[in-house]
Design a protein around this ligand. Structure first.
Ligand code: PLP
Length: 369
């Protein structure tokens, strides 16, 4: 992939790029779980595309319901508010998935039919909880509302079935599960979404999805795309397809589980509910007497491993977040557990490192490198 990035830049209106972009879209389709929608590649971070799908499908004053079960659902709502939508949050506890039953109740209330869109984050990268989009889709499908999904940190790591689950607008980005550098965003739109987008006929050019659709049909981007990032994405997708999509998801699940199981021996327990814990990011509670920020600092300064805390959130100081998404190997998990052990010990905590490593090894057995 690094070699793909370093190649000569090619003309973005030429036949070579056209083939590259068409291939990329074709390889993305099964990851989005769609046979009907053609993925659009935008040059932007994930947030740019989240804003783009809202700007293309909402008018000022439109009523929007955001499923607020963590950081990203709430933030998605704020994006809609910034575009003039009238946003209501349907809150459910952090650490769980969004609540499909509560959504059903809310949408069947007397004014529930007024919502133009329901916003959901698939994998909340702050709480480490995954939302059951099939259940949410079942609720939204028969309403006039669009189901708009932030899949920035899940595409490529977690199964997504856009067609089967009835997802209308799905947004992802290059730098999380797809293991590329940041800079590309990916969007799919259902027929229901396109109908809405055509009606709204939003202002603005750069993120005009109708224009992007027209250009994508010709194997082009509306404006100059990040050509070499498309090359990198193409290579990443080639790797995923070579390993097998189902195998990639299964491997991801095992890597995430192995890290969480090892960390549990170090007193670091999963923050999210176990049945919805994300395999792409392990959000771990730090025990009493252990400073989360210090663990992050030790991991960085002593071991050169970048993990995260939960700054500017209610979880600040109480959890650490360890990414296992994208380009991650069993050896990375082994190292993580060993380094986490050292970081916890440094704060005077007595932990059974051997047990942590043995459990991790057991969970990793048979996982391909
Ligand atoms: C990282 C992330 C984003 C933000 O994406 P950017 O590419 O940084 O704009 C949005 N949603 C989720 C769930 C994320 O994990």
């Amino acid at each position: 992939m690094l070699q793909a990035l370093g190649q000569q830049v090619i003309y973005h209106r030429g036949s070579e790029f056209k083939e590259l972009l068409n291939d990329t879209a074709a390889m993305l389709q099964p990851l989005f779980g769609t046979q009907t929608a053609s993925p659009i590649v935008l040059t932007s971070s994930g947030t740019g595309a989240l804003e783009a799908v809202l700007a293309n499908s909402l008018r000022p004053g439109d009523r929007v319901l955001t499923l607020d079960n963590g950081h990203w659902g709430a933030r998605f709502g704020r994006l809609a508010t910034s575009l003039g939508a009238s946003v209501e949050a349907l809150s459910s506890p952090w650490g769980g998935g969004a609540d499909a039953d509560a959504l059903r109740r809310r949408l069947s209330a007397p004014d529930g039919g007024e919502f133009v869109a329901v916003l959901a984050a698939h994998n909340d990268t702050f709480t480490g909880a995954v939302t059951d989009l099939a259940a949410i889709g079942d609720v939204v499908r028969d309403t006039s509302a669009l189901l708009v999904v932030d899949a920035v940190s899940s595409l490529g790591c977690l199964p997504i079935e856009t067609d089967a689950w009835g997802l209308d607008l799905v947004v992802s980005a290059s730098q999380k599960g797809l293991m590329c550098p940041p800079g590309l965003a990916l969007v799919t739109a259902s027929d229901k979404a396109w109908t809405r987008i055509d009606q709204v006929a939003a202002r603005g050019e750069y993120f005009d999805l109708r224009k992007a659709r027209e250009m994508a049909a010709q194997g082009q981007a509306s404006f100059t795309p990040a050509v070499n990032l498309v090359r990198a994405l193409h290579e990443a997708l080639r790797m995923v397809h070579e390993a097998g999509i189902a195998e990639t998801f299964a491997r991801q699940a095992r890597l995430g589980r192995a890290l969480a199981a090892g960390a549990a021996h170090l007193g670091l327990s999963l923050y999210p509910d176990a049945d919805v814990a994300s395999p792409c990011v392990s959000v771990l509670r730090t025990p009493k007497g252990i400073d989360a920020a210090k663990i992050v600092a030790t991991m960085r300064d002593r071991y050169g491993t970048q993990i995260a805390g939960a700054r500017r959130s209610p979880l600040d100081g109480t959890v650490i977040r360890v990414g296992t998404m994208g380009y991650c190997q069993p050896d990375d998990i082994r190292l993580d557990v060993w380094q986490l052990a050292g970081s916890v010990q440094e704060q005077g905590q007595d932990v059974d490192v051997a047990a942590a490593i043995a459990t991790t090894e057991r969970e990793l057995e048979g996982v391909p490198a």
